[in-house]
Every structure is written in C-alpha cells, then in structure tokens.
Design a protein around this ligand. Structure first.
Ligand code: CO
Length: 212
C-alpha cells in the first residue's frame, strides 16, 4: 500500500509520545484548551503546529486556500463560533505566508473558471489596493516584493473581514476587545513570522461596537 509508510510513521510517533510522557494521550482525551485560533493557508509548507513549535492541544486551526475569511463561508463561521463560544479562545490569528500560490494566482489573474477562481475573488481586492498604492508612490517592485506586498495586504483584508463578522462583534459587545485579532505573515525562506496587524489597530472598531 502506497501510504503504508505514513501509517508506520504514525505508529512510531504514538509509541515515542508514550515513552516520553505516559499521560500524553490520556490528557487529550480529557478535553482541549487551545491558546489561539489560527486561520492559515492550506499550503503544505506552513503546518501551523510545526512553525509555532506547538504540540497537540495547543492550537485550534482552520486552513483554506490563501487564508481567506469569507462572509458567507459556513465552514469558517462554524470554526470561529466554536472557538469563541465553546473554547473561549481570546486570540484569533490570520497567518498568511510568502510565496503563496493562491495570492500569486489572484495577482496574475490566472484563476481560470473553477472554484479556485470564485474563492480567490476576495483576494483580488488586496491586489487592487496594492496596485493603487504603488501607482500613487510611482513604484514598480520586482515580482517577489510585489507578491509579498499583496500577501501582507491580503492578511490585513482578512483581519478586517473578521472584525466585521457578526459573531466577533457580538463577542466584543459582551467582552470588549475579545477576541483580539492579529495578522501575521510566515516567511517561507527564513521560517520567521512577521507581525502585520496588532490588536491595537482594531481599537476603533471595538470602541464603535461598544458604543452601539
Ligand atoms: Co498559500
């Protein structure tokens, strides 16, 4: 069987965990108390737990193509609702990454006519804003820098979408400022994370909601 090596790796992994910590699995059976909700890209090079040096039980994770927060996506809405209302998670991070194929496709406008095209329509707004800013500055960066700028703008855009979700605003009314929203970009070339959006940048939205 082609996947036998993965099943063998799983067996070895589980055995090693027990050697290191006999209570490892028993603790997880008892429940979860993850520290954050991380919304990341499906890209195989950005495994959430590994890049943050976390183990099972530490992160609540949702991943999709280009880490998009879409208003009419029941999937992500259910994840966010569960994170806020059941797990009482106080920090939500949108984590994009450099060399993102989804963002690159949106930039190159080579989306074709399938589901990927529909999905990434949202990301084309990030490209549009970067284009406008560069035109105003009279700048034309090379392809890599351009893609990085759109990746960052896409993270800002998705954090903004989070801040507009009824679910998040309901939580802000009851617990001002919680969940705190963050935007990060993981650099595939160095493994390092750059902070793009800090919770303080959302303060105006939080205040506005609190005023009703
Ligand atoms: Co990506």
């Amino acid at each position: 069987m082609a996947l036998q090596d993965l099943l063998d790796q799983n067996k070895t992994w589980a055995e090693q965990r027990l050697v290191e910590d006999p209570e490892f699995f028993r603790r997880h059976v008892a429940g979860q108390k993850p520290r954050i909700l991380l919304i990341g890209c499906s890209d195989s090079r950005v495994p959430a737990e590994q890049i943050l040096a976390c183990g099972p039980g530490e992160l609540f994770v949702h991943r999709n193509v280009a880490n998009v927060v879409s208003y009419n996506d029941v999937n992500i809405s259910a994840v966010i609702q569960y994170a806020i209302e059941n797990l009482h998670i106080e920090d939500i991070v949108v984590c994009g990454h450099t060399q993102c194929g989804g963002v690159a496709a949106a930039c190159a406008q080579t989306l074709g006519d399938g589901y990927v095209a529909d999905w990434l329509l949202i990301t084309t707004w990030a490209k549009r804003w970067v284009d406008e800013r560069l035109a105003a500055e009279g700048r034309s960066p090379d392809r890599d820098e351009y893609l990085s700028l759109v990746v960052e703008e896409n993270v800002r855009l998705q954090v903004k979408h989070l801040s507009h979700l009824a679910l998040v605003r309901k939580s802000w009314r009851n617990h001002p400022g919680v969940p705190r929203l963050h935007g990060w970009v993981y650099d595939i070339a160095s493994g390092r994370i750059k902070v793009i959006v800090e919770p303080t940048s959302i303060k105006n939205e939080v205040d506005e909601v609190a005023k009703g």
